[in-house]
Design a binder for this molecule. Structure first.
Ligand code: DAH
Length: 339
């Protein structure tokens, strides 16, 4: 047998080819294919292994077997090493692809600034996220079901008429509308999110209203929803108070007054006040009505929850002592530049 074709030489040649190919494999799929070519069924190494029996010299047979095993192990080790390298590369590529470009925001700030309603919206999100809430958004064009029926206001319910709804010509008459409040997002979150739920839902809402100092047909609300086992009214009051202090400052306090909303029972309105100031009405809240939980696919015998909702524009107006809501939307630079 010539030196070049001895089993040991063949194994060494295979190992060399395999090492080069594995080192050059650009991705995991190629790596696996190359590895299989050199150590899998039909590979030169497996072929050599099955022909070991034809080597009559015992020592030579042992040496050839050892060489085959060592080469197989070396290839396996190289595959494992390259695999982790490729995975690390892929992970850092993915991280680079997902990185957020925060310079855009900074860039925007150098030329003007966010609208005062946007500022209030972002601060509200920050405070609630800091309290452990997640942020959700829903569609502005809603179904009657989500905006009313699922919120315990079936067709012909008197509370519907209090909303001055703007309808959209789509589907059956009255079936599609511009949402009149952010409460329908509660239903969407209940239907789509796993329990427990700790969510805030800011958004734009619409009502058929003539603009005046305290009303706009387009305005903004933020909705809150907590659904968990054993949630009580005390959790609601505690959350409102914690929010009040975090958002307005530690010298502010909140109070709840009994009220009525179809989607909560019991219901309350909440007001906030600084140590020296007057009470300012902020929004509505209450324990989520069992019918609303059922609309959201949640068993009211197992879970309870609370909800709240209030106007963002109103908060910006109070905070900056703006006399007329319409000024906030006229885009007069003399107004805008003050904030
Ligand atoms: N959706 C109500 C409105 O627009 C506000 C509201 C009241 C929201 C009570 C709530 C709530 O979640 O529990 O007038």
């Amino acid at each position: 047998m010539s030196e070049a074709s001895s089993p040991a030489a063949q194994v060494a040649a295979v190992l060399k080819v395999a090492q080069d190919a594995l080192g050059a494999a650009p991705d995991v799929d190629t790596l696996r294919r190359v590895a299989n070519e050199h150590t899998g069924k039909g590979s030169v190494l497996v072929g050599l292994k099955s022909s070991l029996g034809s080597i009559t010299d015992v020592e030579a047979r042992k040496a050839a077997g050892r060489a085959i095993n060592e080469a197989t192990q070396a290839i396996d080790a190289l595959v494992a090493q390259r695999l982790s390298e490729l995975e690390r590369d892929a992970a850092s590529r993915a991280a680079a692809g997902e990185a957020m470009d925060l310079t855009e925001h900074l860039g925007r700030r150098t030329r003007g600034h966010s609208h005062i309603v946007t500022q209030a919206w972002e601060r509200l999100e920050d405070v609630f996220v800091g309290m452990g809430f997640k942020v959700a958004e829903g569609p502005e064009v809603e179904t009657d079901f989500h905006n009313f029926t699922a919120l315990n206001m079936p067709p012909n319910h008197p509370a519907r008429s209090g909303f001055d709804t703007l309808f959209v010509k789509h589907g059956a008459a009255g079936s599609t509308l511009l949402r009149t409040h952010t409460s329908p997002v509660q239903i969407r979150v209940m239907q789509e999110w796993p329990l427990p739920i700790y969510a805030v839902m800011p958004g734009r809402v619409f009502r058929r209203d003539t603009p005046d100092a305290t009303h706009m047909p387009v305005f903004h609300q933020i909705e809150g929803l907590v659904i968990d086992k054993g949630i009580t009214f005390a959790h609601l009051a505690g959350t409102i108070e914690a929010f009040t202090k975090a958002f307005f400052g530690s010298d502010f306090t909140s109070r709840l007054r009994p009220s009525f909303f179809p989607f909560t029972e019991p219901s309350a309105e909440f007001d906030v006040r600084s140590a020296s100031g007057k009470w300012v009405e902020l929004g509505g809240c209450g324990m989520v009505h069992p019918n609303v939980l059922r609309s959201g696919g949640i068993d009211p015998e197992v879970y309870t929850g609370f909800a709240f909702g209030f106007g963002i524009d109103r908060m910006a107006k109070e905070r900056h002592a703006v006399a007329d809501l319409r000024d906030m939307y006229a885009n007069d630079l003399r107004f805008v530049r003050q904030f």
